[in-house]
Write a protein of this length. Structure first.
Ligand SMILES: *[C@@H]1O[C@H](CO)[C@@H](O)[C@H](O)[C@H]1NC(C)=O
Ligand SMILES: *[C@@H]1O[C@H](CO)[C@@H](O)[C@H](O)[C@H]1NC(C)=O
Ligand SMILES: *[C@@H]1O[C@H](CO)[C@@H](O)[C@H](O)[C@H]1NC(C)=O
Ligand SMILES: *[C@@H]1O[C@H](CO)[C@@H](O)[C@H](O)[C@H]1NC(C)=O
Ligand SMILES: *[C@@H]1O[C@H](CO)[C@@H](O)[C@H](O)[C@H]1NC(C)=O
Length: 365
């Protein structure tokens, strides 16, 4: 099984953003000075483009992106949408908002955050304003249950380290787990995906889905039961000597998106359980498809505290092969001081590898 989330989300965003004429960016062609920040979706811009998801290695400078707001443990609920803001209006104050809407629409009802999918909005995606750099993240949620509709709960870093829970279409008694290193699947035979079956209907019942992401082990847990464990040691890619294991600060993302649409590749449609039926009685009755998030609990892994630490940044390491994640006390606000007050202590997490090496070399020149 190969997760197609990485294919699906850009589809979603292309529809939503209408950015056909925007400058694109990647590691080999970083953004220009006029629009220095490379967004999660590979478009150059200013302002909110420099906040969550901004890829430092595809941006004008390593420092073009604002620092990643540091992890904060807590139990996040949705009595209303006051802690959620449209990403285009967000200015970087993670003390005011816990989530940004990257596209689509949300509503708060009966303690749930409803993520909607309509033929027009092409689905909804929200991201946490803060990052997790290792930690345990649990979400109590109900999935969609319709052919072609995908519900997802993932962690995603600015350089595409990713850990997934996904619920495709009509398969309401299973959950799928997956992970990526810098957008690439680990050196496993076919893929890094797995199925977890025999759940009570995931659309009708809340389950607690957990991503327990630690420096040496990654575990997926359902209702307190460990269903999968991956050891970093087992992700070594012999050809490059690189551990294809997620190591970089990540946002938490929830989405519901349309995979069963004519624009999707046939494999994606099949994985999603077929084409979406926009005449489904549920859709006609509610005017939307939906997924419900009841609560999100975050337990940050041990990290440095004190000295007014606000954020994580990608700092140039002593070796160009290793981006280094450091803590800083720099402002994460768009209007905060752009120039760092200095990196306060390093936490070395080697993510050496061919891709990274290329990124860093390009950047350095
Ligand atoms: C990077 O972006 C440039 C400019 O859009 C494009 O020509 C090039 O093919 C892209 N490279 C990769 C590896 O995607
Ligand atoms: C989080 O808060 C919700 C609502 O108060 C509660 O039902 C849930 O048990 C809490 N989770 C944890 C892990 O404390
Ligand atoms: C977010 O705000 C922009 C600008 O005001 C607006 O065009 C867009 O429709 C809004 N998106 C959502 C999902 O509310
Ligand atoms: C933390 O910030 C406050 C207010 O800016 C400052 O007075 C204090 O010295 C800072 N503490 C450290 C350890 O930098
Ligand atoms: C930020 O860190 C620098 C370097 O350690 C220190 O000089 C400065 O006082 C700190 N600023 C705040 C607001 O804590």
């Amino acid at each position: 099984m190969r997760s197609l989330l990485a294919i699906g989300l850009p589809i979603l965003v292309a529809f939503l953003a209408g950015q056909a004429d925007a400058t694109t960016c990647n590691a080999t062609t970083p953004c220009p000075l006029s629009d220095p920040c490379c967004s999660e979706y590979g478009f150059c811009g200013k302002g909110h483009f420099c906040l969550g998801g901004c890829n430092p290695f595809a941006s004008k400078e390593l420092e073009s992106c604002k620092p990643n707001p540091i992890c904060q443990s807590g139990n996040f609920t949705f009595p209303d949408t006051s802690r959620v803001i449209n990403s285009t209006l967000y200015e970087g104050d993670a003390a005011k908002h816990d989530w940004v809407i990257e596209g689509g629409n949300v509503e708060a009802r009966n303690g749930d955050l409803i993520l909607t999918l309509t033929e027009n909005d092409k689905g909804t995606k929200i991201s946490s304003t803060r990052y997790v750099h290792y930690g345990t993240i649990s979400a109590r949620l109900k999935t969609g249950k319709w052919a072609g509709v995908i519900t997802a709960f993932i962690t995603m870093s600015d350089i595409k380290d990713e850990v997934d829970w996904e619920w495709p279409g009509t398969a309401v008694t299973e959950a799928q787990s997956n992970f990526f290193w810098q957008g690439v699947i680990p050196p496993f035979e076919q893929s890094a995906g797995d199925y977890h079956r025999e759940l009570s209907d995931t659309s009708a019942n809340y389950h607690d889905y957990t991503i327990d992401w630690q420096p040496e082990t990654l575990r997926w847990i359902i209702d307190g039961r460990v269903v999968r464990t991956v050891n970093k040691a087992d992700t070594l890619d012999a050809a490059t000597g690189v551990y294809r294991y997620p190591t970089t600060p990540s946002r938490i993302q929830f989405s519901i998106w349309p995979a069963g649409i004519p624009e999707s590749p046939p494999g994606t449609v099949e994985w999603a359980g077929g084409m979406i039926n926009w005449n489904d009685p549920d859709y006609l009755a509610a005017g939307r498809f939906y997924a419900l998030i009841n609560s999100v609990t975050i337990q940050c892994a041990n990290q440095r505290t004190g000295a007014n630490l606000t954020s994580y940044v990608y700092a140039s390491g002593n070796s160009v092969t290793e981006p280094v994640i450091s803590y800083t006390n720099r402002s994460t606000h768009l209007k905060g001081s752009a120039v760092g007050l200095g990196v306060v202590g390093g936490m070395h997490r080697a993510i050496a590898g061919a891709v990274t090496l290329l990124l860093v070399i390009v950047h350095a020149f």
